[in-house]
Design a protein around this ligand. Structure first.
Ligand SMILES: *Cc1c(COP(=O)(O)O)cnc(C)c1O
Length: 469
């Protein structure tokens, strides 16, 4: 399988190089050169399979020969063995033709474990095979850091540095990162905002000599392997509900457009998808874009669904590439306009193409809270704020007559006990695995926003650093 950059000016790469590179050198994102297909009988056959086996069937076409079948099966088994539910991703019915897919039974209780657990194992394997090491640096405002630490801790070939804004993540989220005891995990509490953390990260990636010296790798959702791994649960849940015999809709709480783009991928692979509901909180750049055709970031407002408090939806570039008929020149012009003029416009045919599958809906704080309350009293279901936004959006955009709709539960309610308690008066019970983390000792270093100090800290500790010639 060959991968191409959305901006058309970086070399085509195979799966393993795309996995280790993350961002293309021309600033673009990698996508498969052609979409692989699953036949209708192959989709039907996913129903009832153990999750790890279904994952192998869905991911194998993207990986090609880069990982032998037996090793891939073993890797998937291991990746999902740490999930606390026998079916890994259970479907729960909450109404007529309305379902919730619980994606929070992984080790850090948010859906990011699904991809991170696979990504870490694929990367470790590729690096060992090449006899190389890599340095992962990531910035987090919430769930990514914990999922990454959990997946990469103790891996020989990789050191991981997580930047979080000091004092601005929740206690649960911070402890999930800082209680790891392995020596390859480094937590940096930056005296600044999440945007400051991201700016430091970007500066590192743009510092090319240092990027090469550290063998920097990216694990945020621009990494193709994360999208690939997330395609699996669309296929598996739809097959359980009767696909390909009937089309299924999905409602996806969205920030960086990674998770919902995986739904687009499932559709391109042959899954009959009725619609993809892009559910946003009041940070509604995507809802505005689908309504007006203009993509224009504004300031971020903090909400009770912090993992969706994003103003730049990085993965949207992949959909723009698709909607332009894979015209990388047009993508480059739009991205240049975003950088120089603060936004870009979609042309009518591009917008029509997107609207054929996607519909976007903004859900404000009051409606999110009311939805948590309604689900708790009406369906005896406790939803976290991110999940509630997806369920509320599904209620507006998909009628029971349209067939089944699956709303993703992207985080366990116990990760957001204050917001859930305030909305419905019920404090979510804390799962045992989380209780252990909450009690353990924390390790992190507080640093300012000075680039040189942060870079020096990382360089002094990364085992990937090569001696200067
Ligand atoms: C990351 C995250 C999201 C948003 O996912 P994207 O792939 O960034 O769109 C939604 N809910 C939760 C709980 C998350 O952690």
């Amino acid at each position: 399988m060959e991968y191409v950059s959305t901006r058309g000016e970086a070399p085509s790469l195979g799966f393993e190089d795309v996995l280790l590179t993350g961002l293309a050198r021309d600033g673009g994102l990698y996508v498969p050169g052609a979409w692989p297909k699953l036949e209708p009988d192959e989709i039907a056959a996913l129903a009832g399979l153990p999750y790890a086996q279904a994952a192998v069937r869905v991911m194998r076409p993207f990986i090609g020969g880069d990982v032998p079948d037996g090793e891939l099966a073993e890797l998937a088994d291991e990746a999902y063995s740490g999930f606390a539910h026998a079916t890994v991703a259970p479907l729960v019915q909450i109404g007529a033709n309305a379902w919730v897919l619980e994606l929070f039974h992984g080790p850090t209780l948010a859906f990011k474990d699904f991809a991170m657990q696979v990504l870490a194992r694929l990367m470790d394997r590729a690096l060992k095979r090449r006899n190389e090491r890599a340095t992962i640096v990531t910035a987090t405002s919430g769930d990514t850091g914990g999922a990454a630490v959990e997946a990469f801790r103790g891996r020989d070939a990789i050191d991981i540095f997580v930047l979080h804004p000091h004092g601005r993540v929740s206690d649960v989220q911070r402890r999930q990162m800082t209680t790891a005891t392995e020596s390859n995990v480094h937590n940096l509490a930056i005296e600044g905002t999440f945007d400051d953390c991201q700016a430091l990260l970007k500066a590192l990636f743009n510092d090319l000599p240092r990027r090469d010296r550290l063998s920097l790798a990216a694990v945020n959702s621009i990494n193709w392997a994360r999208i690939m791994a997330q395609t699996v649960y669309y296929m598996v849940s739809a097959a359980a509900l009767g696909a390909p015999g009937r089309a299924v809709g999905f409602s996806v709480p969205t920030g960086n457009f990674g998770d919902v783009f995986a739904g687009y991928v499932a559709a391109r692979m042959g899954l009959p998808v009725k619609r993809l509901v892009v559910a946003t909180n009041v940070n509604d750049i995507l809802a505005r874009t689908f309504a007006s055709g203009r993509y224009e970031p504004r300031g971020v407002v903090p909400t009770t669904s912090p993992s969706m408090d994003i103003q730049i939806s990085s993965n949207f570039e992949r959909l723009v590439f698709e909607a332009t008929g894979r015209d990388s020149g047009r993508v480059r012009r739009k991205m240049a306009a975003l950088a120089d003029q603060g936004g870009f416009d979609l042309e009518a045919p591009e917008l029509d193409q997107m609207r054929a599958l996607f519909v976007a809906r903004r859900v404000d704080e009051d409606e999110a809270a009311a939805t948590i309350r309604r689900l708790q009293t009406g369906a005896d279901y406790l939803a976290d704020p991110h999940t509630a936004i997806g369920i509320a959006a599904a209620g507006h955009e998909h009628a029971p007559e349209d067939g089944p709709i699956v709303s993703f539960a992207t985080a366990h309610p116990a990760k957001f006990p204050d917001a859930v308690g305030a909305a419905c008066g019920v404090t979510p019970p804390v799962p045992a695995r989380l209780a252990g983390q909450l009690a353990a000792e924390e390790r992190y270093t507080v640093l300012g926003t000075d680039y040189d100090a942060v870079a020096a800290f990382i360089e002094a500790r990364s085992r990937a650093v090569m001696e200067p010639q």
